[in-house]
Structures are given as C-alpha cells and as structure tokens.
Design a protein around this ligand. Structure first.
Ligand code: HEM
Length: 398
C-alpha cells in the first residue's frame, strides 16, 4: 500500500523553501487550487493558472497587498504602483514609464560593465571569493543609484541605506526597526533629490520623474507629486536590488552544478541572454505574488470566495511540465516563448530590461575571467524572506 504524505505548502517553512520542487509538483498535480487554513490563503501553482490570474487584475486585485503577511488593508493609498489596480495603475505606469526609457536603460550598459569589472578584476588570481557579498549583492544597488542619478559624493551613504533596508532581524524578519528607519531615511533622501531636480534638472531618472506629464482622468495634464516620485524611487530600490542579487546567486550555484552548460556559455557567449531566461524560469528569484479576489472564482471545480487571499506560485509555474518539457532539466539552449518570473500583464516587471542587462553583463564578465568554479556548499547560506528566494552567501573556489 502506498501512503501519500499529507500535502502541505507552508510559505514560512524554511525546509520547504530550501527544497520546494516535490511539493510544488504535488500542488500542480493534486491540488491546483490549494487551500491553506492555517494562514488563510489559496494558492495557484500551474503555469496557465498563474498566467490567467495575473492577466485578470480586476478579479485578482493587488490593492490589498502582494506579500502574504502584509496583506489585508487597502494599500493602494501608499502610492506604490505595485499595489494599485487598473485603471489608475495604467495611468501611473504610463507616467513612470516615460522616465524609465529604453534609452536610459541602454545608457547604463557601460556603467554596469565597469561596476562588474571593478568587482571581478581584483579576484583574478585569487583562490576564491564570495560571489554574492563581494559582487552579486553590490552590483544591483550601485546600478539603481546610478540609474536614479545619486551624486557620487552621496553614493556611500545611499548604498549603506539600501543595504540596511534589507536588514533581517533574527526572529522578527524583514519588518524591523533598523530596516524601517533606513527605508524612511532613504525616502527622505530621494524626496530631497526630487525636489532639487525641479530647479536643477539633469539627465537622470530623478529629473525624468519630476518632468514626466500625462493627462489625468479629466484631461488635465498631471505630473507626479514629490511624494509619488519618492515612493516610486523607493519601490525601484526595493524591487530591483534583492531580486537581481538572488538571480546572480542562482547563476553561481546552478552553473556550478551544470558544468556542461557553463562550458557551453564559455564557448558560445551568444547563448548568455537565453541562459538568463532559463535561470529565471528554473529558479524564480521572486517566486510568490499575492492577490485578493474581488468576486468568487471557480477554477478546477473549486470555488475561491470573494475577498480571499490567493498566492500565485510563479516559482512552481516555471517548473510546470504542462508548459515546459522536462522542466527540471536546466538547459541554456532551451527555447520557450515566455516564463512568468517577471510577472505577467498589468504588473509585468518594469525593471525586466534592466534585470536582463545586469544578468547578461554579470555572466559575460564572470565567465570571461572564471570559466570554472566550485561552490563551497558548507559555507554557502540561504536567505529566507517572504519576497525573494535564493542565497545570501555563495563562496566560490576558482
Ligand atoms: C531578476 C530580477 C527581477 C525579478 C525576478 C523581478 C520580478 C518581478 C515580478 C514577479 C513583478 C510582478 C509583481 C506582481 O505581479 O505583483 C515585478 C514588478 C516590478 N518590478 Fe521587478 N523584478 C526584477 C528586477 C527589477 C528591477 C531591476 C527593477 C527596477 C529597476 C524592478 C522594478 C519593478 C517594478 C517597479 C515593478 C512593479 C510594476 C507594476 O506594478 O506595474 N524589478 N518584478
């Protein structure tokens, strides 16, 4: 007789977060509309369901938050685009997109490469280094501050604030006094920079944010308020730092575990952009997006009531055998149309182009210097937060 273990997915369970693949597969097969009474949420784990729910923001709303333990109250008044539903979302998105131009992104390419070189060159000839602490975790905050237009003299202070924003207090987690104080201080700093650009415009994102205009609902031209621009600056830091660091941590670990795939990239660097997509599919840095239903929804013969918390398991969707043949095989040559690791629909990651740029250049510069490495797993450290999944320390031997 086969006894099947009880199917339980607990988003706060560190062991499950470390090795979720079997449970994700069972959720997809046995409970595609999974109910967790302990934490009062539902979870969708199949690629098609995650995609469909993301494309229906009227039914699956972001307004009451997207991170399980912070969901409940209406958060759209925080002004954060990620918590605002259409149609207001679309107006705000069009407005901030004016500042977040492809030209500004591609202008960053040289800067990203210089930052990579500054971190990686000193490691050549060494026996090893921590790929995250010494490189991968520093690149994204330097890139975001360059993107925003933080003056060089303020950079050390701003980089320190960004670092402190992600401080995790043992037993308390991400929402702790030290992190919250750093967030407030960063918000004040960004507000002062935005204020400054009104009278002293420059070619930077701060200036783009105060200058962008769009007609509002009544047809009147509207600009962002200082608070809105600063909220958006803070969101960029929050959304674009931790995620990219996790992507680079996964790159170091997954490529070391698949030396043939890594060798393929060394031999044929043109494969690197596709390898970045495959990495995102294979190990989604941001594996869970929360939503709240605005009406009852029936899916796979199960009714999810109105006002229910629904978690979209992006990480599981990337491993769905219904969407990807042999999903547990990591293959830098895999061809697929889409993954959902940057989200889908209205809230599709605004920084996707920048994240791809950072991932590609980081890998190009890494593989050009270090064609092989091993991960010192005894000293590698995982990071368990409610928003990202991956490593915080990846010591490598080169
Ligand atoms: C590998 C890196 C990244 C991953 C995996 C990632 C993932 C995501 C995901 C899954 C969403 C959708 C959230 C939802 O549906 O609720 C999202 C939204 C967003 N991301 Fe990213 N992201 C990354 C990098 C970045 C970067 C570098 C930036 C900024 C520079 C950024 C800015 C944003 C913003 C502003 C949104 C909200 C968009 C909206 O609500 O319209 N992200 N990201």
């Amino acid at each position: 007789m086969t006894v099947t273990a009880e199917l339980r997915w607990d988003p706060f369970d560190v062991d499950i977060d470390t090795d979720p693949y079997d449970i994700w597969r069972r959720l997809r097969d046995e409970a595609p509309v999974y109910r967790n009474d302990d934490y009062d949420f539902w979870a969708l784990s199949r690629y098609a369901d995650v995609q469909a729910a993301s494309r229906d923001p009227v039914t699956f709303s972001s307004a009451r938050g997207t991170v399980l333990e912070l969901m409940g109250e209406d958060m759209s008044s925080t002004g954060m685009i990620i918590f605002i539903d259409p149609p207001e979302h679309d107006r705000l998105r069009a407005l901030v997109s004016r500042a977040f131009t492809p030209r500004r992104m591609s202008a960053l390419e040289d800067r990203v490469r210089i930052i990579c070189r500054e971190h990686l060159d000193p490691r050549v000839g060494s026996s090893g280094f921590d790929y995250l602490a010494d490189f991968g975790a520093q690149l994204p905050s330097k890139v975001i501050s360059a993107l925003l237009g933080v003056p060089a003299s303020d950079q050390p202070h701003v980089l320190h604030l960004i670092d402190t924003m992600f401080h995790i207090e043992p037993g308390v987690g991400m929402v702790n006094d030290i992190a919250v104080r750093a967030q407030l201080e960063l918000h004040e700093y960004i507000s002062s920079q935005v204020e400054d650009r009104r009278s002293h415009p420059r070619d930077d994102l701060f200036t783009g944010l105060v200058e962008a205009e769009l007609p509002d609902q009544s047809g009147t031209m509207r600009r962002l308020t200082v608070k809105e621009a600063a909220d958006f600056g803070n969101l960029l830091v929050a959304a674009g730092t931790e995620t990219v660091a996790r992507l680079l941590g996964w790159a170091a670990v997954v490529l070391a575990a698949h030396p043939d795939q890594r060798a393929a990239l060394v031999g044929e660097p043109a494969l690197i952009p596709n390898a970045v997509e495959e990495l995102l599919r294979y190990e989604a840095p941001s594996p869970v997006q929360g939503r709240t239903t605005t009406r009852p929804v029936t899916l796979h013969d199960t009714e999810i009531p109105v006002d229910a918390k629904v978690l979209l398991l992006t990480g599981s969707a990337g491993r769905d055998e219904r969407a990807y043949p042999e999903p547990d095989r990591f293959d830098v040559r895999r061809r697929f149309e889409q993954h959902v690791s940057f989200g889908v629909g209205a809230h599709y990651c605004l920084g996707a182009a920048l994240a791809r740029l950072e991932g590609r250049i980081a890998l190009e510069e890494t593989l050009a210097r270090f064609p092989t490495w091993e991960v010192d797993h005894a000293r590698a450290e995982r990071l368990h937060t409610s928003t990202v999944r991956g490593y915080q320390a990846v010591p490598i031997l080169v």
